[in-house]
Design a protein around this ligand. Structure first.
Ligand SMILES: NC(=O)C1=CN([C@@H]2O[C@H](COP(=O)(O)OP(=O)(O)OC[C@H]3O[C@@H](n4cnc5c(N)ncnc54)[C@H](O)[C@@H]3O)[C@@H](O)[C@H]2O)[C@@H](O)CC1
Ligand SMILES: Nc1ncnc2c1ncn2[C@@H]1O[C@H](COP(=O)(O)OP(=O)(O)O)[C@@H](O)[C@H]1O
Ligand SMILES: [K+]
Length: 499
């Protein structure tokens, strides 16, 4: 799904208004109606009290439409117009006047008892138009909303959240009902307290504009994942499903390479070879009999040489950083042409030898976690700078950068793809090793590097989303990602079959 900037969203509004021959007020009525219908379905009990906080811009205008529709449908509605929210917009004013015509008063200080009524706060103070720091009066309203113990639903965006820079104070929403497009700011680590759940409401913006307007940002949602997924051909055999080579491990860290190799095989490739130091030989052969094993070095890898021809290579998991290992890795990378995923210690070795980055084959995939990312490209001031640096770094070195985190970012071909699956159950040792295995396995199956990275990250998160429902987040382990890979594939197959 495309993610547009605030200015592009405004263009989408304007194009819709002109192509559909409607007024801005009619578009606002449509947006407000979608919110109203969603609320009505979710909260059928007419005793529910909706306390609507409105700013004076168009987000506040949406809030007034919703308030009127709820009131006319016999819900209990309280409307608070928040001062210090700019000059009233035309459509805000028009809807404000309609309140009186519909016998709905504002700022009445009407108090409903929390114990007797189900109260919902609707937050319509600011939307995508926030363009300066929030002033004292709006801040007070935001704090009042946040200090309440009631459910908070934001219209379009949590008020106070900037679309293009760091936000200091914003509504802590339980649910954001956002119009037509998801927004980049929703997925940034610094905004994680402002948002729990997102629901996108279709308000009928112009389909051609959405399809044709370019953007650099995408959300890897179900549709994007389905487009990249490749079912196993009926006549497949192990020779056509690709051979993955997983290089890593050192004394005490053989588990990392075992997890990675297993994940590669379970992602669907035909054959897996693990290249490890000798101390791991029995462990890998016992824990994972499907793998073939090659060795180099005793307790750590000191040379990388083999006569097999893998279709993809994953390197770095549990590798260690012994000087001999560093040398072996650099020598190895120098001659590589095979599609490759570079992770963990192999990434750290590259960070100390930055000039080697430009020698990597085009579209090599790097999968750093936040600390490794910092070592690679330096630190960042805030999430927006981080995003920009990631994009520029991938472009400069012609690589694919998978910046792992909640909402992992995949930067490739001057585009940024934000993943939508995964959960905090993945905050457990070895989950990154599994991801590298999955992406390497997909590469071996001839997925393009971009598809392997984007789909691999999605699949990894999906396995965790399915898994934690049965294991809990606490008890979920990296091995469980592998255990639930099959369920993730089945879910994708079932979704595709439903279409
Ligand atoms: N995207 C869409 O398709 C649609 C958008 N609509 C709504 O319109 C919103 C955008 O409306 P606006 O552009 O009017 O802006 P907002 O309502 O988001 O708020 C900004 C308003 O407050 C002022 N303002 C900005 N920062 C301020 C600050 N720190 N302190 C005080 N005042 C401040 C601005 O001058 C502007 O009037 C969207 O978020 C959405 O809710 C809907 O009405 C219709 C359809
Ligand atoms: N809170 C979270 N929500 C979603 N995904 C997460 C979260 N925490 C970690 N992950 C995912 O788990 C993996 C962790 O990778 P990494 O830190 O390299 O682990 P390890 O080094 O132990 O293998 C990444 O894919 C990351 O995106
Ligand atoms: K809002």
């Amino acid at each position: 799904m495309k993610i547009f900037s605030a200015s592009k969203i405004r263009e989408a509004d304007e194009t819709t208004i002109s192509r559909q021959g409607i007024t801005t007020g009619e578009l606002m009525e449509r947006a407000g109606t979608e919110v109203f219908l969603w609320l009505k379905k979710r909260f059928p009990d007419k005793e529910t009290v909706f306390h609507v906080f409105c700013g004076k811009g168009n987000n506040g205008g949406d809030g007034l439409v919703v308030a009127r529709l709820l009131h006319n449908d016999n819900y209990k509605v309280v409307v608070d117009i928040v001062e210090g929210t700019g000059n009233p917009s035309e459509d805000f004013t028009a809807n404000f006047e309609k309140l009186e015509q519909n016998n709905l008063a504002c700022n009445t200080n009407e108090a409903y008892e929390y114990k007797k009524h189900k109260i919902i706060f609707l937050d319509a103070i600011f939307g995508i138009g926030l363009n300066r720091e929030v002033g004292a009066e709006a801040k007070e309203a935001i704090q009042r909303i946040n200090n309440s113990a009631v459910k908070i639903i934001s219209i379009d965006v949590p008020s106070g959240m900037f679309m293009d820079r760091k936000s200091d104070i914003a509504v802590h929403s339980d649910m954001v009902l956002t119009f037509q497009f998801t927004k980049l700011a929703f997925y940034l680590a610094g905004n994680c307290n402002f948002i729990k759940e997102i629901k996108i409401l279709d308000i009928g913006l112009d389909k051609d504009f959405i399809a044709n307007e370019p953007t650099q940002f995408f959300l890897t949602d179900r549709t994007e994942a389905h487009q990249r997924y490749r079912p196993v051909p009926a006549h497949a055999h192990k020779g056509t499903q690709g051979h993955a080579l997983i290089i890593g491990g050192s004394y005490g860290k053989i588990g990392a390479v075992t997890l990675s190799s297993k994940a590669a095989l379970k992602s669907g490739c035909g054959l897996v070879t693990a290249y490890i130091p000798k101390c791991g030989y029995t462990i890998v052969q016992t824990a994972f009999p499907e793998a073939m094993v090659l060795t180099g070095g005793e307790e750590h890898i000191n040379t990388i040489a083999f006569d097999i021809e893998p279709k993809a290579i994953g390197i770095g998991m549990g590798l260690g950083q012994q000087p001999e290992t560093q040398q072996a890795v650099l020598e190895f990378l120098k001659h590589q042409k095979t599609p490759m995923v570079i992770d963990a210690d192999a990434l750290n070795i590259l960070s100390y030898n930055n000039e080697w980055l430009n020698m990597l084959p085009e579209n090599t995939i790097l999968t750093p976690h936040p600390k490794e990312l910092e070592r690679l490209m330096g630190s960042w001031e805030d999430d927006f700078e981080k995003m920009e640096k990631i994009r520029a770094f991938a472009k400069e070195h012609k690589i694919i950068l998978v910046a792992k985190d909640a909402f992992t970012i995949v930067a490739c071909n001057d585009r940024v793809h934000i993943n939508s699956t995964g959960n905090a159950g993945l905050a457990t040792g070895g989950s990154g090793d599994v991801l590298t295995g999955i992406i390497t396995g997909l590469l071996a199956q001839s997925y393009s590097p971009a598809d392997a990275a984007i789909f691999g990250v999605y699949l990894h998160g999906l396995a965790a989303d399915i898994g934690v429902c049965e294991t809990s987040k606490q008890a979920f382990t990296a091995s469980d990602i592998i255990n639930y890979l099959g369920a993730a594939y089945l879910k994708i197959e079932a979704e595709k079959a439903q279409k």
